[in-house]
Design a protein around this ligand. Structure first.
Ligand code: PLP
Length: 385
């Protein structure tokens, strides 16, 4: 249950829908991740794309995390919030010249490069500025993340990374580019990965590629294994904090590294998903011949994951009423799209117009994906204190 009765009272009169962020839980999660990483001398870059709410970012920065960005504006945002440039990485298959130039001027830690062509463009733009760009080569490890196909990124058929068949050429292009400096290798296999064996397989591939480069006389200082650690969408109260110890332990055990080599991670979801919930009000109830519907004032414009990749989110009624009978509802939003549905046949206490509903585990890829489709209102949010 998200709120106790006292907290529910405070919500009365607050305009819905809104994101509710539990900052105490965020801090506990960050501390757990940081401790488990520090113990093994691992570095964590927070993947901004999961949530770039100002307050959340400044808490993450204050705990000493780096930033992992996928656009020029994310790089700028991290700088504005106070992340050190020396802890900012910039990834993505389609970095524009403008974005690259701006990141070069900020002297960020490294570009995660996804093609030979991009390598050449970065070299050229760095030459113009008289800079030297640090780069990591993104390698597609061909590891199946066993997650939804829209969030699987590490297979040969995906658009991400330098194709394995071009790595020989990439290594020679690197030697001829005077304005780029290879700092490491980058991998990322996908998102919402809950089977740690996937990361074990990743380690095996990383070791192979690291050897491959070292055999060719290229020293790899940084091994960046990406992000992707999943969270428990089904039991947010029982498992509010991912098992970072077990996660980092896999890399500690299975990744070959010498004393000087650094291991970097780019966690997004695992750090912020559980601290956020979308709070919404029941506008209408509707019962057809086969179905009971709860029509909410929040829809896919506030939380797109269910519509976009059939993602599951736990749906709860806020406030307790032990005498209410349970009804299986289809919980839907107001948007004119059939995919605007948060859950089908969801067992909930019988609800009426005006009741509050929480959609849990919405702190990652929630607020950031909100849209103005249907000219919906700007997203609102409140923080626990
Ligand atoms: C999205 C992304 C991440 C973060 O993924 P999570 O599943 O949120 O941890 C990390 N690295 C890269 C390259 C990404 O694209």
């Amino acid at each position: 249950m998200l709120f106790n009765d006292q907290q529910v009272e405070k919500l009365v009169g607050v305009e819905t829908p809104f994101y509710y962020y539990d900052l105490a839980l965020l801090e506990r999660t960050l501390d757990a991740a940081k401790q488990a990483a520090d113990k093994r001398k691992f570095h964590i870059h927070y993947a901004l794309k999961a949530n770039f709410n100002d307050r959340i970012l400044s808490i993450i920065r204050s705990k000493g995390f780096g930033a992992d960005c996928v656009s020029g504006n994310e790089v700028q945002k991290s700088i504005d919030v106070g992340f050190e440039a020396s802890k900012i990485t910039f990834a993505g298959v389609g970095k524009s010249d403008k974005e690259i130039t701006s990141a070069l001027k900020h002297q960020i830690f490294a570009f995660n490069v996804e093609s030979i062509q991009e390598l050449e463009v970065i070299d050229e733009l760095a030459a113009k500025l008289g800079e030297k760009a640090n780069v990591s080569l993104r390698i597609n490890p061909n590891v199946d993340a066993h997650t939804h196909h829209y969030i699987t990124t590490g297979l040969d058929e995906n658009k991400f990374g330098v194709p394995n068949s071009e790595l020989e050429q990439a290594a020679s292009v690197l030697r001829s580019c005077a304005h780029v400096n290879l700092v490491g290798l980058h991998f990322h296999v996908g998102s919402q990965i809950t089977d740690l064996n996937v990361f074990k397989s990743l380690c095996v591939k990383v070791n192979e590629w690291k050897n491959w480069f070292e055999e060719r006389g290229t020293y790899i200082k940084v091994i960046n294994v990406g992000g992707g650690l999943g969270v428990d969408y089904h039991a947010p109260d029982e498992n509010p904090i991912p098992d970072f110890e077990a996660y980092f332990d896999v890399f500690d055990k299975f990744l070959d590294r010498n004393g000087q080599q650094e291991v970097h991670f780019e966690l997004g979801r695992a750090l912020v998903a559980q601290c956020g919930s979308l709070v919404s009000k029941v506008l209408y109830t509707k019962s057809g011949t086969k179905k009971h519907f709860l029509i909410l004032d929040a829809g896919m414009t506030e939380l797109m994951r269910p519509a976009l990749y059939q993602a599951y989110h736990k749906i709860e009624k806020i406030g307790s009423d032990p005498s209410a009978k349970t009804i299986n509802y289809d919980v839907v939003g107001p948007i004119c799209e059939s995919s605007d549905c948060f859950g089908k046949e969801v067992p909930l206490p019988e609800s009426k117009r005006g009741d509050l509903i929480a959609i849990r585990t919405a702190g990652a890829y929630g607020e950031v994906m909100a849209s103005r489709y249907n000219l919906r209102e700007e997203i609102r949010y409140i923080y626990s204190t």
